[in-house]
Design a protein around this ligand. Structure first.
Ligand code: ZN
Length: 275
């Protein structure tokens, strides 16, 4: 089974790397009722609320950029396959020159360190939005135990790359042709990214969508992991509107295989159309 989907944007190779998958319970989507969830799943030909965990690899010639690093062993045996996906893309951990974190949730960062806390990517410069860094650095604001564990993991990752991470703002350049795409709400500094060559574009919309069967058809639906659900909903609507209007190839941290598709308007929402 392939864990990768590759496209080219001008001279830049863009590869999605699927670390693994899981199925969400309906309680993860508190503003959707069971009847709506059942209808949307049936429309999409699914029996459960499926999700993927995707990282992305960009080869620009001079840079080998990884975006996100998967959940490693945190979510059981259906996840943790980023190393296999990287091998399939003929890339070694030491080849990674730049590592951009869309945000610091565990499913995007745990794979950047070993269980012992060592950096997995020995030559990578880390990029992270300033807002994300300040949110997770303030341990005092996390009262529940799960959130505290997430905060500790975020700090463990930053410590492992001490002295080689750079805080970025706005639509910062990560590497030539690769720029951050701020989408605040899911977390305060949450981002996707874009790849542009002047003619063609690809956009990774971060975590604006966790369950494509639900949230692409109805962008009003929130996931419990959104720190600010209203702001996240606004970011989701703006990102999906941009992707459909511009006819871009898109993906995201949790889009199902084949992971790279275009978005079309459909009713009050959208649908994904494979190439
Ligand atoms: Zn995520």
């Amino acid at each position: 089974m392939s864990r990768t989907t590759k496209i080219t944007v001008g001279e830049i190779e863009v590869t999605s790397l699927t670390d693994g998958e899981t199925v969400f319970g309906s309680e993860m989507f508190p503003n959707a009722d069971e009847a709506e969830i059942a209808t949307l799943l049936a429309q999409d030909g699914k029996e459960g609320i499926e999700t993927n965990f995707n990282a992305f690899l960009m080869k620009t010639g001079s840079h080998t950029v990884l975006v996100d690093a998967g959940p490693r062993d945190l979510f059981g045996e259906t996840c943790g396959f980023l190393p296999d996906a990287l091998a399939e893309a003929e890339t070694k951990p030491e080849d990674i020159t730049d590592l951009f974190f869309t945000h610091l949730h565990p499913d995007h960062i745990a794979g950047a360190i070993t269980p012992e806390g060592e950096a997995v990517f020995p030559n990578a410069q880390i990029y992270l939005s300033e807002a994300e860094h300040s949110f997770w650095s303030d341990a005092g604001q996390f009262s529940d135990e799960t959130q505290q564990q997430w905060q500790q993991l975020a700090m463990a990752v930053l410590n492992a790359y001490e002295g080689r991470f750079e805080l970025v703002k706005g639509e910062a350049t990560i590497a030539p042709g690769v720029t951050a795409l701020p989408l605040p709400g899911h977390t305060p500094g949450h981002c996707g990214f874009r790849v542009d060559d002047g003619t063609h574009s690809f956009a990774q919309l971060g975590d604006v969508v966790h369950a494509q069967s639900l949230q692409i058809a109805n962008p009003e639906i929130s996931v419990v992991f959104d720190v600010d659900a209203d702001m996240a909903r606004k970011a989701r609507k703006q990102a999906l509107d941009m992707a459909a209007t511009d006819g871009m190839l898109i993906s995201g941290g949790h889009i199902l295989r084949p992971t790279i598709a275009r978005l079309e308007r459909s009713g009050a929402g959208y649908r994904l159309v494979s190439e």
